[in-house]
Design a protein around this ligand. Structure first.
Ligand code: DON
Length: 304
């Protein structure tokens, strides 16, 4: 086994002076209150060992990383998920409206906003109390009851979520939304406002490295076939119009969020989470991508 702690220490040192040209997103005002210098990284191996550097225990807004959790839940509790959302890379920005009209309101994949909003609709239909059950699911796979959402981020996005409102309305007009627009936006902004640290995120994502099993309890929470599918979608669609670049540089399935977090998975080896708030033009953490690139380069281990 690699000495992951030594590798993380090298990454921390090498990237100390990393100059990011990125920006914190301004369309969710509350996210501007985070210090741009934050940097943390954590690896959880499927052996149960874990390794950390920097601000890896500080919770931050997971934003779009939550789309992986809701998709996982939809494969457990939902019905006909794949009839309502496709599995193709979009090649467009995460909040784009462009493809929906030509494609009958079927989003390209569950990780662009349109797709995640359809997944939210599916969960609202099938769960009695979707917000509570989502939080319980995330706490259960992480084995940590401290995980919670951030009221300020939720309100901030609610007050500025014009594009997401447009997306749900548009899809409703095309027949791919069953519940009320308000209910879907409320659930979606809630999921995006969940706060987790790198340490918690990499622990949660172990289920995708460990064929659907929670390590601590041995519980098979996801079917293997769905783990395969979700990892495949992370590989091809986890970074929107930068999915190719992430595959090329890092070579792992992963998912980013505009809170500056990225989670990546090496099946049967480890899950890794990194956090640095400055985003590149595609909405992905610039330093986070670089750190993951160094990780797979130093270890010589990627899925390719
Ligand atoms: O809906 C939004 O725009 C945000 N709550 C989440 C977007 C996001 O994280 C995209 N990720 N890179």
């Amino acid at each position: 086994m690699h000495d992951y702690q030594a590798i993380l220490n090298i990454i921390e040192k090498e990237l100390k002076n990393f100059e990011s040209e990125g920006k914190v997103p301004d369309y969710i005002p509350e996210l501007k209150n985070v210090s741009p210098d934050k940097f943390g990284m954590n690896i959880h191996g499927i052996s149960g060992k874990h390794f950390s550097i920097g601000d890896s225990h500080e919770p931050f807004s997971i934003q779009s990383i939550s789309k992986v959790f809701t998709l996982a839940m939809a494969t457990i509790y939902g019905k006909k998920v794949w009839e309502r959302v496709d599995v193709e890379p979009s090649g467009s920005p995460f909040n784009s409206l462009m493809q929906l009209d030509a494609e009958d309101g079927i989003p390209r994949n569950p990780f662009i906003n349109a797709g995640a909003l359809v997944v939210a609709d599916i969960l609202i239909t099938h769960l009695r109390n979707p917000k509570k059950e989502l939080l319980e699911f995330v706490r259960r796979i992480t084995n940590d009851n401290r995980i919670d959402f951030d009221e300020n981020v939720l309100e901030s996005e609610k007050n500025h979520g014009y594009r997401n409102a447009a997306l749900v309305n548009y899809m409703k007009s095309l027949g791919n939304i069953n519940n009320s627009v308000e209910e879907i936006l409320d659930f979606y902004f809630y999921q995006c406002s969940i706060r987790m640290s790198c340490e918690q995120l990499s622990r949660a994502f172990i289920i995708f490295a460990n064929q659907g099993q929670i390590i601590e309890t041995g519980e098979q929470i996801l079917e293997r076939i769905n783990v395969k599918r979700i990892n495949a979608i992370m590989q091809t669609c986890g970074f929107y119009d930068e999915a190719g670049e992430f595959s090329f540089r890092v070579g792992l399935p992963g998912k980013s969020g505009v809170g500056g977090g990225i989670v990546a998975v090496h099946p049967k080896e480890y899950a890794v989470a990194v956090w640095s708030p400055l985003l590149n033009a595609n909405g992905n953490s610039a330093k986070g991508m670089r750190a993951l690139e160094e990780l797979t380069t130093f270890t010589g281990l990627s899925i390719f």
